[in-house]
Design a protein around this ligand. Structure first.
Ligand SMILES: NC(=O)c1ccc[n+]([C@@H]2O[C@H](COP(=O)([O-])OP(=O)(O)OC[C@H]3O[C@@H](n4cnc5c(N)ncnc54)[C@H](OP(=O)(O)O)[C@@H]3O)[C@@H](O)[C@H]2O)c1
Length: 240
């Protein structure tokens, strides 16, 4: 049994979780995990610089100082400090920056750990809509797994909006599907347990990490659905 699973059992289901990313996804996941009783640290490049920001993002995400004041159970640390004592790491950083963030987090801090990758390899450099930085024969999740072979990468949640990720029951009563993949069965079970805590009931295991190609290539379709529906609050249900 690996460390994350062992510690999970020892703490009666409570884990220490390092969430890399201070955007709407990192915040939504961090607050939900804390609400469920986990010990959560959120990672950023430079906490002082992040705390000093006063502007809201174009998506309406306000200053993190206000968010931290409203969510005092979550600690803000530099990337490495956020994950060094974690049982599980969540990658909720910009896809283009993900590898640099993991370098900053430190390979040694990631060895043996479950890494839930919710990022998307979106390329905004040529304008909107974004294209994908990697596709077809590779994926960001596979690139991360190759760069950190001793880390147990599991892809999930990248196919829905941040609020749907963490509170699926608020959409269609939770009657929709989440997909997961990864090379390590025990790591996938840790993630499945977390997804179940969030409220996901229909979880399909797509197999090894190469299935992340399809998960990430769903994004162009997700973007068109968002445009057609005029909302980010939607999901998929696999009917069988
Ligand atoms: N928004 C959604 O609902 C949604 C849904 C599904 C998947 N996703 C994916 O989830 C991930 C997070 O999305 P988001 O909208 O929450 O946030 P985001 O704006 O994509 O990423 C924010 C995080 O990325 C870090 N970052 C950005 N540029 C960096 C750089 N050059 N070097 C180091 N770190 C950098 C920021 O660090 P600092 O904290 O230091 O600023 C911040 O922590 C993305 O990959 C996105 O595609 C988003």
């Amino acid at each position: 049994m690996m460390r994350a699973e062992r510690e999970h059992q020892q703490r009666g289901g409570t884990m220490q979780i390092g969430v890399l990313g201070t955007g709407m996804v990192g915040r939504a996941i961090a607050v939900r995990l804390a609400e469920l009783g986990h010990q959560v640290t959120i990672g950023t490049r430079d906490p002082q610089a992040t705390l000093a920001r006063t502007e809201s993002s174009p998506q309406g995400v306000g200053p993190i100082s206000e968010w931290l004041a409203a969510n005092p159970a979550v600690a803000l640390r530099p990337f490495a400090a956020a994950v060094e004592a974690a049982d599980v790491v969540v990658n909720a950083t910009s896809g283009a920056a993900a590898q640099g963030v993991l370098t900053a987090a430190g390979a040694g801090n990631l060895v043996g750990k479950v890494l839930l990758d919710v990022s998307n390899p979106l390329d905004f450099s040529k304008g909107l809509p974004p294209s994908l930085l990697v596709a077809n024969t590779d994926s960001l999740a596979e690139q991360i797994q190759r760069a950190y072979p001793e880390t147990r990468v599991v892809k999930a949640l990248n196919i829905v909006n941040a609020n749907v990720m963490t509170r699926p029951a608020e959409l269609a009563g939770g009657d929709h599907t989440m997909l997961v993949e990864g090379n390590d069965e025990a790591a996938k079970q840790v993630v499945r347990d977390l997804l179940a805590e969030f409220g996901w009931r229909d979880i399909i295991d797509l197999g090894d990490i190469t299935a992340a190609r399809g998960m990430e290539m769903y994004l162009p379709l997700w973007l068109r659905l968002m445009g057609a529906l005029g909302t980010v609050s939607f999901s998929i249900k696999v009917v069988r």
